[in-house]
Design a protein around this ligand. Structure first.
Ligand code: UDP
Ligand code: MG
Length: 327
């Protein structure tokens, strides 16, 4: 019986989470044990904490817990690579041995009861289960509206995103295998998972505020995340510039003909104001166009290098004996 139960790994990226991590480990362990006791998942299922180059006691906590608690294991990345890549490190690691992997944040903002629902859906035969936030009441007004605008804009560009779904989801083994074929540097998981396909469904849950610690996503990181999401998935911004260029060309032909006609009829203009405006306007547009093209060239530059996305420092997941060696 046990052999037929799916082996679940819960992947949790952590960056400077010492204030909340112990609580998270306790709560996640109890959810995992609950699922094991009711024979929903294999007793070999694990919590995999990915320490994304934290500067506080985060790795110490993970390491200590992994000695005490058989469910807990961890990998420590060599430096801070950001949430997406840290999560990817966990998905690659866990995907090699698990039947399904659930990703969830360390701060317990996502209701962890959702994990049981995820597993239920997995048993119903779904390969992808998206956790969708039913409300964003606990997010700031700015975060809420900016996120809404982002989803709206992405949809307009034809990029399929699940509305109000962040990186809390379940992926089955075959989805993880497909995911490993995506070698790009700017990996935007929210866009790529729907691209992969397979049977998918959504599970709704309430998103709470952080009870401890602070968000590691300040405005600057959020904006660059959104910008990466757009430019890694779509050439629409370049096309918009091109269309604008074409439209402007026709307008300038009309304007030039009009000016010539005026001159031929003997009218002259002081012309300085219009000249200045057009120089500035076109200069601005050109710079914008060059900037956009530069953004894509920059992406090509980064992609062709095919650098590994992370390096693992200690791997308790694949080599549990490391615990004893290091003691
Ligand atoms: N995180 C990470 N590396 C980073 C930033 C964040 O692994 O460079 C983790 C963090 O520990 C948390 C998750 O990513 O588990 C989400 O981050 P956070 O809660 O700060 O983002 P928010 O919920 O505010 O969007
Ligand atoms: Mg959070």
């Amino acid at each position: 019986m046990e052999n037929t139960l799916p082996l679940l790994t819960i992947a949790v990226p952590c960056y400077n989470e010492e204030e909340i991590l112990e609580k998270s480990i306790t709560e996640l362990t109890s959810v995992l044990s609950g699922l094991m006791n009711t024979a929903k998942i294999s007793p070999d299922s694990r919590l995999l904490f990915i320490d994304d180059g934290s500067k506080d006691r985060t790795w110490g906590i993970i390491y200590r817990e992994s000695i005490k608690n058989k469910c807990v294991t961890g990998i420590k990345l060599a430096r801070n690579v950001g949430h997406q890549k840290a999560l990817l490190a966990g998905l690659h690691k866990a995907g090699a041995v698990s039947d399904c992997v659930i990703s969830i944040d360390a701060d317990l903002q996502d209701d962890i009861k959702v994990i049981e629902k995820f597993v239920g859906k997995y048993h119903e035969g779904f390969d992808v289960v998206y956790g969708v936030r039913s409300s964003r009441d606990t997010d700031t007004y700015f975060k809420r509206t900016s996120a809404q605008t982002f989803y709206h804009f992405m949809n307009k560009l034809g990029i399929h995103l699940i509305y109000n779904h962040a990186d809390c989801r379940l992926l089955s083994r075959r989805v993880l295998q497909e995911l490993s074929h995506y070698q790009e540097e700017n990996l935007f998981l929210r866009g790529i998972v729907p691209l992969i396909g397979y049977r998918s469904t959504e599970v709704h849950y309430e998103r709470k505020g952080r009870t401890a610690g602070v968000s590691k996503y300040p405005l600057k990181k959020m904006l660059s995340f959104a910008f990466d999401g757009i430019t890694s998935f779509s050439v629409a911004p370049i096309r918009m510039i091109t269309s604008l260029g074409v439209a402007l060309f026709f307008v300038s032909v009309l304007a030039a003909s009009y000016a010539l006609l005026q001159k031929m009829m003997g009218f002259t203009y002081a012309g300085w104001t219009s000249l200045m405006i057009s120089i500035w306007f076109l200069g601005g547009l050109q710079l914008m166009g060059i900037g956009m093209i530069g953004e894509y060239i920059g992406k090509v530059f980064v992609e062709v290098k095919k650098r590994p996305k992370y390096a693992i420092d200690v791997d308790l997941y694949s080599n549990p004996s490391t615990i004893l060696l290091e003691k």
